[in-house]
Design a protein around this ligand. Structure first.
Ligand code: AGP
Length: 615
């Protein structure tokens, strides 16, 4: 997700744009740029780095007096964080200037067509393709900019929030939205644009939020014009009065970034699957796989290296890949792997998993594996991060910036990517019957929507949190795919509420930990119907007979476990391999509500950093 700001009107646009970008840095911060213009001059300034670097670059030049300004702070999805990939992007003629938040899935096809028609490109971005596609339509079909934009946006596939400017029409901006937010601030002197309302909060409280498939023409001398992108119908926008302050807009109204990011998971998973899981065609399309397919087919084994939550995702990946593709997988703590002199072979494939892409131990593990000639295929959330640059290839999770120290959407988007990898390997190796593969794809495609429904159950979890938030210890138990979820749930609780918690394979209880069970011990058991259900029911009985407090995560409609548990949280029925998506969500909420009840600093827990860049 990126940050977009623009202003056209009587005020000086530059301070509005720069201050606005600063407030949107929570949406992305690997590069930034600003374009300003008046009737006769125009000026573009771009940097790799944060808005502070942009301010510095501007302070070193003579800045024109402008009547329009547009700015962008980038979270890279296509193309590394680099000067030429920073926005704004200008069309070949130099007339059109665009800033864009989103992903144009069919940009490669459009780019190929534009190159055939003589267009050249400076960047690797999908956004530069979009601005030239609009220009090409305007030119060949002899349309107004608004009409050409409408036609072009009906031909792109993906998500966009754009601001478009034509230097030949210096008093006008065109904005449009599909999947990426656009807020328009109204005041008597002009129009403001932002990815949310934070950039113009002190200038106006009147805001129009564009809906999907809507575009607007902003001309200070005229009323706001909003129309439907598909049918061109003029719309009557609802003007809302802003009540939020700066901080809660950045958190989208949520109390903490962690809570916001828990809620973002359906969208983050949708973005991660977008363009890769082609459910209608029953296909998986992973561009980085095609060129390295043979390496995976020849691999003797796959070694996953990671830390913390990413290591838990790696465990889910192990179960997925071994079950679907029958390739041996080992999951290693990167901090142990890097020092224990592991045996490595040149036909090993090493998959580092990292949200930040900067975890020192994981980076060191990669370098060790590379020295042995292993092929490194990374799963990372930050484009252009140190880890992503060290890999031979890989896949990005499209979770967007994760601000809360406790990883939430990073975990579920990591297991979404690992599910795609496991299913792609199964497809290539033909280790799954076609109909089974097809069903898994369909199930995976439906997960975001099911998670949205599950989020609505969060109040039940809040009530359970009130019963156990004063505990000093907690146990989390799961079997099979839910064992990594038990570990992840325990980590969430530990790191934000400071309650000691341990995750265990449920069957391990009888080898010692069951001695811990008494009437003061809450035990969170993931007891879903698919995968060892009878076994987990007997584990629940063992806890019950020792008076443990049982909080059970069960499949909707469960009866047996419900009769024994003190509290129950129901999740949708799914194949065992996909229960981690559903079982993790209530555990994230549980740790969140307990931490809030204990007055802990949820987004910045004590002793922790978001990215552990030291040993
Ligand atoms: C998880 O909630 C923690 N923030 C931590 O365990 C984290 O997962 C770990 O430090 C790995 O970080 P990475 O994914 O950025 O490499």
């Amino acid at each position: 997700m990126c940050g977009i700001v623009a202003y056209v009107g009587e005020k000086n646009p530059l301070p509005i744009v720069l201050d606005g970008l600063q407030r949107l840095e929570y949406r992305g911060y690997d590069s930034a740029g600003v374009f300003i213009s008046n009737r006769n001059e125009k000026q573009t300034t771009k940097v790799v780095g944060k808005v502070a670097a942009l301010r510095k670059a501007l302070s070193q030049k003579v800045v024109i007096n402008a009547t329009m300004g547009m700015g962008h702070t980038r979270w890279a999805t296509h193309g590394e964080p680099a000067y030429q990939n920073a926005h704004p992007h200008v069309s070949n003629s130099g007339n059109l200037v665009l800033i864009h938040n989103g992903i144009i899935e069919n940009y490669a096809i459009l780019k190929k067509e534009l190159i055939l028609r003589g267009y050249t490109f400076e960047s690797e971005t999908d956004s530069e393709v979009l601005v030239n596609w609009i220009e090409e339509i305007q030119k060949t079909e002899k349309l107004s900019l608004a009409k050409a934009t409408q036609v072009a946006l009906n031909q792109v596939i993906g998500a966009f929030g754009i601001v478009l400017y034509d230097i030949k029409n210096p008093d006008k901006l065109i904005v449009a939205r599909l999947g990426s937010p656009i807020a328009i601030g109204l005041d008597k002197d002009g129009y403001f644009v932002g990815s949310d309302a934070t950039p113009f909060l002190e200038h106006t409280r009147e805001v129009v939020y564009l809906e999907d498939n809507e575009m607007a023409i902003l001309q200070p001398s005229s009323p706001l014009e909003v129309l439907h992108i598909q049918n061109g119908k003029k719309l009557d926008p609802e003007i809302q009065q802003l009540k939020w302050n700066l901080e809660n807009i950045q958190k989208d109204g949520f109390e903490h970034f962690m809570l916001k990011e828990i809620h973002e998971q359906p969208a983050a998973i949708r973005d991660t699957l977008r363009g890769r899981l082609l459910n209608e065609e029953g296909k998986i399309q992973i561009s980085s796989f095609n060129e390295h397919q043979q390496k995976f087919l020849n691999a003797g084994r796959i070694i996953i290296v990671a830390c913390g939550t990413s290591w838990h995702a790696g465990l889910v990946g192990e179960y997925l890949i071994e079950s679907f593709a029958r390739i041996p997988v080992e999951v290693e703590y990167a901090s142990e792997f890097r020092y224990r002199e592991p045996i490595l072979y040149s036909d090993d494939i090493v998959i580092p998993i990292s949200q930040s892409g900067e975890t020192a131990d994981t980076l060191a593990a990669i370098k060790l594996a590379k020295q042995a000639g292993a092929f490194i295929y990374g799963v990372c959330n930050v484009v252009g991060s140190s880890i992503s640059r060290e890999t031979n290839s890989g896949m990005y999770t499209h979770a967007g910036p994760e601000i809360g120290v406790a990883s939430t959407k990073a975990f579920t988007t990591q297991i979404a990517v690992l599910s795609l990898i496991a299913l792609k390997l199964a497809e290539i190796k033909e280790t799954l019957p076609q109909h089974v593969l097809r069903n898994y794809l369909n199930e995976l495609d439906n997960i975001p929507e099911q998670l949205e429904q599950l989020i609505a159950q969060k109040k039940i979890v809040g009530k359970i949190a009130q019963q156990i938030y004063q505990s000093t210890n907690c146990l989390y138990l799961g079997r099979g795919y839910n064992f990594p979820v038990a570990l992840e749930g325990a980590l969430k609780l530990k790191e934000i509420s400071y309650i000691h918690a341990e995750g265990y394979p449920a069957a391990e209880m009888k080898h010692g930990p069951i001695a811990l069970i008494d009437e003061d011990m809450p035990v969170i058991v993931i007891a879903t119907r698919k995968g060892h259900y009878e076994k987990i029911v007997s584990n629940v009985q063992e806890i019950k007979s020792r008076k443990g407090i049982i909080i059970a995560i069960v499949t909707q409609g469960d009866v047996s476990v419900k009769e024994m548990a003190d509290y129950c949280i129901e999740i949708p029925e799914s194949s065992a391999c996909f229960t981690p998506f559903f079982a993790t969500l209530p555990l994230q909420f549980l740790s969140y509500y307990i931490a809030v009840l204990r007055g802990c600093n949820v987004d910045q827990p004590r002793n922790l950093a978001k990215s552990v860049t030291v040993e």
